[in-house]
Design a protein around this ligand. Sequence first.
Ligand code: SF4
Ligand code: SF4
Length: 122
Amino acid sequence: MKPLLTKENFKCDRYCGECCKKMLVAVSNKDIKNIEKLGYKKESFVMKDVFNSKRKFLKKEENGWCVFLEKEKDGKYSCKIHKDRPEVCQKYPFFPGTPKEIKSCLPEDLYPNVFFKMPSRK
Ligand code: SF4
Ligand code: SF4
C-alpha cells in the first residue's frame, strides 16, 4: 500500500499539473518581485481579487491553467518559474489546517467540497 503523504516525505512525482490548473494562487509582494526579476511584467501574471484589491493572485489562462504552467512533450507538466515559484506553490499541498497525513495531493481529493469547474486529468 502506498504510504500516506506527509510534509516530510512529499514530493510531486506525477507532474500531472492538476494543482496548477485548478488552484487559485495567492501571491505576496515578495513573490511578485521575485518573478519580475525573471523578466516578466507584473501585468502579465498578476490579477487582483475583485472583492479585496489588496489581495493578488496569479493570472489564469482561459482554460483555467496558471499562466506559468507548461505541457512538456512527454505529457508531463512543468512550471516555467519553478525555482522562483510563489511561496504557496512551494508549500502545496501542506498548509495550516491540512491534515498531517494525506492520501493524495490532487485538489479534488484535498478539497472535496470545492467545485472545480476546469477540466481535470487532461
Ligand atoms: S497535483 Fe500533486 S502530483 Fe499533480 S502536479 Fe500537483 S503536486 Fe504534483
Ligand atoms: S507558479 Fe508554477 S507551481 Fe505555481 S501554480 Fe503556476 S505553474 Fe504551478
